[in-house]
Design a binder for this molecule. Structure first.
Ligand code: NAD
Length: 494
């Protein structure tokens, strides 16, 4: 069994806390590695190493930083199959899906390659007689990233690409469930020429997270994970005077209007509901069927479920892999077990998809789901798709807007006017029009509303640059003996 180590100061460092956690191959259901769980002292040591590296890196030239990012882009692209295989081995998602995750992560490195342009700042000449003003964007110093299990390559790249491009040093605390691939990323960054200590990987659990949140040397924290932890990370980070962006969970609705193409909507519901076994924060969890489309849509989705090939992620024929742990599979199964007693109609029962080995669960389709049922109210994070019937457009939009979450939402329609109205009516951060998973490309920014994001900054793209820098505004006057005078009044423009 592999014994993983931390990555601090450009090299592997053995865990010293004496605490370790198991890492599984979800397709086999067996432990394949153990991961060290850092103590507060180990976290402190990594932050100190990062702080030392940050001073030099942040003062270095933009072209040097861009050069590292260009090389990292090429190395990650070349290593994409290995990275995808490492994701599949510990997360369980199918290889093609893992490759898609790497490709979406690459977008963030590509965006960050433009850092000389992105940090241009602003200049105003002659704001007053003989006075100029310019704004520069300076790095924060050491920033930390705490990431979830479901995108072990993409989410770290959401954060670290822009963080290091802006001149910060980064301490990554990846999910302890699938930690190996973060070490591969760190090795590639070193190969790309990133100075030691600018990117560090410290494994751990709540102890490591609390240590990062309480460490005075950490200036900013990016978090992605479940809503209760996101909320507490935001509150604790803010209490310690840090800049925090904390992205939480979701319950994404796909509204299907009566004029929609039923086959296209059913295809999208299957893909977005069961892709990655529903373990995506942008997965569609609820299909809202408006008016007469309901029966035909439920029939079309149900007819497609048996065609989803469930199997090990490493098998190229598989379309959906296992869930990440046995515990999580059991939790998701609990929702399926309780759905009928809550009043839902169990159209397809995913429990038949369980296997003697591995953390598998098949696709479940529920109809006649209503708010107040656990399957509707809770984020399930598994292959369970609920259909809610709505009589009108207004009822559908109210469902979306009354959800405590506001990550992604989609509308399926052929009516441009209805889509335009929907876009304006819904309270969610990312909206898809005939696009079920509207994850923004790397040069826009990603973030939900309501309990899907705590803090005022979305992730990556322009918002990422803003988060990882602080502006300094410099007002300059060069002495001109001809105009020099004593004036005790408050400076005014002249
Ligand atoms: P999680 O909240 O359990 O864990 C996320 C991170 O927090 C991990 O690094 C974990 O080690 C750490 N953590 C866990 N418990 C902690 C505690 N008590 N105190 C401090 N830190 C703790 O989330 P997960 O199960 O890894 O990931 C799935 C969740 O992430 C889902 O809710 C999903 O919606 C969400 N997610 C959100 C987005 C988004 O962009 N909004 C993206 C991906 C995942």
């Amino acid at each position: 069994m592999r014994e993983l180590e931390h990555w601090i100061g450009g090299k592997s460092v053995a865990g010293a806390s004496g605490r370790r956690g198991p890492v599984y191959d979800p397709a086999q259901g067996v432990q394949t590695a153990s991961v060290p769980l850092a103590s507060a002292e180990e976290v402190g040591g990594a932050v100190e190493v990062a702080a030392e590296a940050a001073a030099e890196w942040g003062a270095g030239s933009l072209s040097a930083r861009a050069g590292v990012l260009f090389r990292l882009r090429d190395l990650v692209a070349r290593a994409a199959p290995d990275l995808a295989a490492a994701v599949t081995a510990e997360h369980g998602k199918v290889l093609d899906d893992a490759a898609g995750e790497v490709a979406r992560g690459l977008e963030n490195i590509e965006f960050a390659c433009g850092i000389p342009h992105l940090l241009k700042g602003a200049h105003s000449t002659e704001v007053s007689s003989g006075v100029d003003v310019h704004t520069v964007l300076e790095p924060l110093g050491v920033v930390a990233g705490i990431t979830p299990f479901n995108f072990p390559v993409m989410v770290p790249l959401w954060m670290l690409s822009n963080a290091i491009a802006c001149g910060n040093a980064f301490v990554l605390k990846p999910s302890e469930k699938d930690p190996s691939v973060s070490l591969l990323l760190a090795e590639l960054a070193k190969e790309a020429g990133l100075p030691d200590g600018v990117l560090n990987v410290v494994h751990g659990d709540a102890v490591a997270v609390d240590a990062l949140l309480g460490h005075p040397g950490v200036a900013g924290v990016s978090f992605v994970g479940s809503t209760p932890i996101a909320r507490s990370v935001y509150e604790a980070g803010a209490r310690h005077g840090k800049r925090v962006q904390a992205l939480g969970g979701a319950k994404n609705h796909m509204v299907v209007l009566p004029d929609a193409d039923v086959d296209a909507a059913a295809d999208a519901a299957i893909s977005a509901g069961f892709g990655s076994a529903g373990e995506r924060c942008m997965a569609i969890s609820v299909v809202v069927a408006v008016g007469a489309v309901g029966d035909a849509l439920v029939d079309a989705i149900a007819a497609r479920v048996p065609s989803v090939v469930v199997g090990p992620g490493s098998d190229p024929d598989s379309q959906m892999g296992p869930l990440v742990t046995a515990e999580h599979r059991d939790r998701v199964r609990g929702y399926v077990e309780g759905a009928e007693s809550e009043g839902a109609r169990l159209v397809v029962d995913g429990r038949s998809g369980e296997r003697p080995q591995g953390f598998f669960l098949g696709c479940t389709l529920l109809d006649r789901v209503r708010p107040g049922m656990r399957v509707y109210d809770d984020e399930i994070f598994g292959p369970v798709l609920s259909v809610v019937r709505a009589d009108s457009y207004e009822e559908a939009v109210n469902l979306v807007n009354e959800s405590p979450y506001g990550n992604g939402v989609a509308v399926f329609t052929r009516d441009g006017g209805a889509a335009r109205r929907f876009e304006r009516d819904v309270t969610a951060g990312m909206v898809g029009v005939n696009v079920a998973i509207p994850v923004p490309v790397g040069f826009h920014s990603f973030g939900g509303w309501k309990s899907s994001l705590f803090g005022d900054s979305a992730m990556y793209g322009p918002e990422g640059i803003r988060f990882y820098t602080r502006p300094k505004v410099v007002t300059t006057r060069w002495p001109d003996p001809a105009t020099s005078e004593i004036d005790l009044g408050f400076p005014r423009t002249r």
